[in-house]
Write a protein that binds this ligand. Sequence first.
Ligand code: ZN
Length: 156
Amino acid sequence: MSALQAADGEELRDLYRELILDHARHPRHFGTLENATHSADGINPLCGDKLHLYLDVGDGVIRDAAFEGTGCAISVASASLMTETITGLDVAAATEWSERIMARLTGQGGTHDVEFGKLRALEGVREFPSRVKCATLAWHALRSAIEHESTPASSE
Ligand code: ZN
């Protein structure tokens, strides 16, 4: 039985690796956003990953997200998964996601009750501390994009 479980675990890991590679090769939401209301740069000098994130926010909802840049497979896949995840979410929910993901990837958060879905694919980096910054880069950029415009025009 334990052999079977080990095989399952490995298969699952392969599946996640496939997902990472797929997103790295065919990143979703890659490009610029003409109507971006928010944007931020993310740089991870340790690896050389660079990205620029665009958000189109209206009525507190992230209507669209896009990114461009260059980086390793993990950083690109993470940005792709991130933009896919947050599109259509309200800003508060997206912020919550970024906090959860960063806590999870840096090993601080044990929020096992949360359904991470596809984002679990990123968890593999926890075994490689030097790659954690690759995976969190897009999420840092998300946070700074949101914060940069977080001076609401007014409280009307
Ligand atoms: Zn990287």
